[in-house]
Write a protein that binds this ligand. Structure first.
Ligand code: 9MR
Length: 362
């Protein structure tokens, strides 16, 4: 075989990229079914990795800031708001005709150091209301969804409504949810109001408790007129987990839908730290696992779309949080570190392609 010069190698990779682009991207496929596809995008990727950012542009119709819309970034001191990173992400998205969702207004993590020591029963309602009014107001009409509340359930904490014991729950009790949802609705009525949570994907006992608790909480909120409109299923999956039951998952989504609520897959990724090192073994398992879960979820016409928690294996929170024992980089996302489409990309594409067609909305 003749040796290829640098010029022909470059031409070859450009051809490969062009070939990849003739296969419809994930959002183009999703649109055909009335869905959207998107990804989280970090400030670091946006500022420093133009190639990875270009793949987000190519594949996505929706982005969400991985951290830039959280308290720690946006409200670093009691009287200081800093929208610079969040605005940069929004302006990137707008200039590429990508829609943006906000994440998140109430969470027990991602908070500035001042918040928890400052908060008490006397001032919490004002602090929360001011934050939500200021942040949601800043983006009024520009974000399609808000994850108003994030990760609020933990039945093991033995709190009313099986809520997690957090800074907000301690200061205000369950009323913090009412305050956050009502204030968001008053400030930007057009942004879809989402309750986002994780750990409802498997038949593990703690996840079954969480599914029941989430359904009970939603029923209670709706009964009391708290304006929640959708559930975000984070979808942080584990390819080494054997307790995925598609019927249980499909019934759970159908139960949410039966309350008149929409569903969004907000943070899909598939960790592989329990799998052997071999890349093709890992990629097969990750792809098959995601396919099974997504097929069950997307069966419901209440599902609006899917976002992954990052587009490429260049950057995933999983390497810090769930490192592989052999320290190899995990392969949890649709593109590899070279930004090539992986088996997970194909699995997501196939699942989207076979989803029932629905009427697109937000
Ligand atoms: O991936 C995010 C990481 O970069 C941030 O440091 C962290 C705190 O803001 O949040 C991570 O994203 C989390 C998301 O906001 C909620 N679900 C779990 C995600 C992974 O921890």
């Amino acid at each position: 075989m003749p040796r290829l010069g640098r010029r022909s190698l470059l031409a070859g990779s450009a051809l490969a990229l062009m070939a990849a682009d003739t296969v419809p991207a994930l959002n183009a496929r999703a649109k055909r079914r009335g869905l959207f596809f998107g990804s989280a995008l970090s400030d670091d990727t946006l500022a420093n990795d133009p190639m990875a950012t270009a793949r987000v542009d190519a594949e996505c119709g929706m982005v969400v800031g991985e951290a830039s819309y959280k308290w720690a970034d946006i409200h670093p001191a009691p009287q200081t708001y800093d929208f610079s990173r969040a605005d940069a992400l929004l302006s990137f998205a707008n200039s590429h005709a990508i829609r943006t969702r906000g994440h998140t207004l109430v969470w027990h993590e991602g908070n500035p150091d001042w918040l928890e020591p400052t908060l008490n029963a006397g001032n919490a309602e004002n602090i929360l209301t001011d934050h939500v009014r200021t942040v949601v107001g800043h983006f009024k009409g520009k974000l399609v969804h808000w994850d108003v509340a994030n990760e609020v359930i933990d039945p093991d904490d033995k709190q009313p409504l099986k809520l997690r014991r957090t800074l907000w729950q301690r200061a205000l009790g369950p009323a913090y949810l009412d305050i956050a949802f009502h204030t968001t609705a008053e400030t930007d009525p057009g942004a879809l109001r989402v309750l986002n949570d994780f750990g409802t994907d498997y038949t593990l006992a703690w996840q079954e408790r969480k599914r029941v608790a989430l359904l009970e909480l939603l029923a209670d909120m709706l009964r009391r007129g708290v304006p929640v409109q959708a559930v975000g299923l984070q979808g942080h999956l584990d390819a080494g987990e054997i307790t995925l039951d598609q019927n249980v998952m499909a019934k759970f989504v159908a139960d949410i839908a039966s309350m008149g609520l929409k569903v969004i897959v907000t943070e899909l990724d598939v960790r592989d730290q329990r799998l052997p090192a071999d890349i093709s073994v890992r990629d097969d398992a990750v792809a098959a696992h995601a396919r099974a879960w997504l097929d069950a979820v997307l069966a419901s016409p209440a599902v609006l779309g899917v976002l992954t928690w990052g587009m490429s294996d260049r950057h995933s929170w999983l390497n810090d949080k769930f490192p592989r024992p052999d320290r190899l980089t995990q392969r949890p996302l649709p593109l590899d570190v070279g930004l090539n489409r992986k088996k997970l990309w194909s699995a997501i594409a196939a699942s989207i392609d076979s989803a029932p067609i629905r009427t697109a909305m937000r």
